[in-house]
Design a protein around this ligand. Structure first.
Ligand SMILES: Cc1ncc(COP(=O)(O)O)c(C=O)c1O
Length: 461
């Protein structure tokens, strides 16, 4: 019996699928999908490919935008084993630490933007953002300004799945089923030029979107506004890349009104846009940033909230205990894996490779898809891309979401061995950093075929 079969007690694939259907509640999954068909069981992965049930697929989503160094890295498995043998677990509450967490905190301070020197560890992006929400309230209360409670967020935002982070999201479908409402959270427009920019140039639209932030702060009263959350590239809702100048202008506005700027770098952090952090790519500086997915390339759960010295100074003044933390915050094994993951990024120059080679090639090849009737815009930053589908290229009119055009294209690509992610009317790609030119060529060929197949089906009525 091989190791995997012994872990699952020698059960057959069909038995495991039946157990899963009977007992496993899946994230972001319709119950009917689990009733109607057995789940696809993935049981191995190597490089940029995942495999299961005899099928091998090129994963241009790196899992959920996290497996940045690629699957199946033996050095990460060996690191985890060694770290677990040395110290399987100990907590980090009440001023206790462990060697790998201490080293990781120092390493993150080294690579983070200037002045961002303190880190709080959690286990997921949602937990990191939730931590930040509490840090923000703690900060303003310590500063004697407890009335600063309002958090600005944007349309099309995604910041997580806990109750508080769900309330930050810009998609009503995620709020309504749970009756989640939070009067301290206020939404402003996204700089989503293709969908909302009309006849304006991207730069003018970016300026208008930033002005909308300032107008909202003035309307609410700056004395009531605590912070603004931004994903530098809004990923989950369609890889929305901000127009040049927008993020520096938002930073200027936040500073002018004493509003903390939070960069949710859960997807963009650790290299995806061709720099360690998207703050470098877009030329702005946040007061607080969150990291998760790429921190361990998804090999183990670990996330981080990092704060600038100016924020830490306030948080750490006086004797108050920060009443917050998780049993597995700063887990020694996850921290060891994150350190090794950063070594790999550095040793293999993966981020520079995105900036100088794979990123530009990815954009150039994907741009070929703009010749397809269904494609309104191709946008990409580093290895993060969105292919926006339209019914009419000239007017940018979209197909109704109920038509499921994007899902059909995603399915047609899957049948040809390629994983891309349909998000509303946008196909999102977020491949591992080890992707090569041949795999990018394959991706574009398959996407052309998939888009043509669905266009032909639309034409045939
Ligand atoms: C920008 C952003 N923030 C936060 C999250 C939540 O991270 P997690 O799923 O690890 O809780 C995600 C997840 O996709 C994300 O894309």
């Amino acid at each position: 019996m091989d190791q995997e079969t012994s872990m699952t007690d020698g059960k057959t694939l069909e038995e495991l699928q039946a157990l899963d259907q009977a007992h496993h509640m899946h994230p972001f999954t319709a119950a009917s999908a689990m009733r109607d068909a057995p789940p696809f069981v993935v049981d191995s992965a190597e490089g940029a490919y995942i495999s299961g049930q005899g099928i091998r697929l090129l994963d241009m989503m790196a899992g959920l935008g996290c497996v940045n160094v690629g699957y199946g890295r033996k050095e990460l498995a060996e690191t985890a084993q060694k770290a677990m043998e040395a110290l399987s677990y100990y907590h980090s509450f009440s001023a206790v630490s462990n060697p790998t967490a201490a080293a990781l905190a120092g390493r993150l301070a080294d690579i983070a933007p200037d002045g961002m020197n303190k880190v709080f560890f959690a286990n997921s992006g949602s937990e990191a953002n939730e931590t930040v929400l509490k840090l923000i309230n703690f900060y303003w209360r310590k500063k004697g300004q407890p009335e600063k409670r309002i958090i600005l967020t944007r349309d099309y935002a995604y910041h997580g799945s806990t109750i508080a982070t769900t309330a930050l999201n810009g998609n009503a479908a995620m709020l309504e089923p749970f009756g989640i409402a939070n009067e301290d959270i206020v939404r402003v427009a996204s700089p989503f030029w293709f969908r909302h920019g009309g006849d304006m140039s991207p730069e003018d639209f970016g300026k208008a979107a930033a002005q909308a932030v300032e107008d909202k702060i003035l309307e609410l009263g700056a004395e009531n506004v605590a912070a603004m959350f931004i994903e530098p590239v809004q990923g989950t809702m369609g890889a929305i890349i901000p127009p040049k100048g927008y993020l520096p202008e938002v930073e200027r506005i936040c500073r002018a009104h004493d509003v903390l700027l939070v960069a949710d770098e859960v997807v963009t952090g650790l290299g995806r846009t061709g720099h360690w952090f998207a703050q470098e790519t877009f030329g702005f500086k946040a007061d607080i940033m969150t990291l998760a997915k790429g921190l361990s390339s998804g090999y183990l759960p670990i996330s981080a909230a990092m704060v600038h010295d100016s924020v830490a100074e306030v948080l750490e003044s006086g004797e108050h205990v920060f009443q917050h933390g998780f049993t597995t915050s700063a887990h020694p094994v996850a921290a060891a894996v994150a350190l090794k993951n950063i070594d790999i990024l550095e040793d293999e120059n993966l981020i520079e490779k995105i900036r100088k080679d794979t990123g530009p090639y990815f954009l150039k090849k994907l741009k070929e898809l703009e010749a397809c009737q269904l494609v309104g815009e191709v946008r990409a930053c580093g290895l993060f891309a969105g292919i926006e589908l339209v019914r009419d290229k000239a007017t940018r009119e979209q197909y109704p979401l109920e038509a499921g055009i994007c899902e059909h294209v995603g399915q047609a690509a899957l049948m040809r061995g390629l994983i891309i992610r349909p998000c509303g009317n946008v196909l999102v790609l977020c491949p591992p950093f080890i992707i090569n030119h041949a795999e990018i060529d394959f991706t574009v060929d398959v996407m052309k075929q998939a888009l043509d197949e669905i266009q032909a089906a639309i034409d045939a009525g």
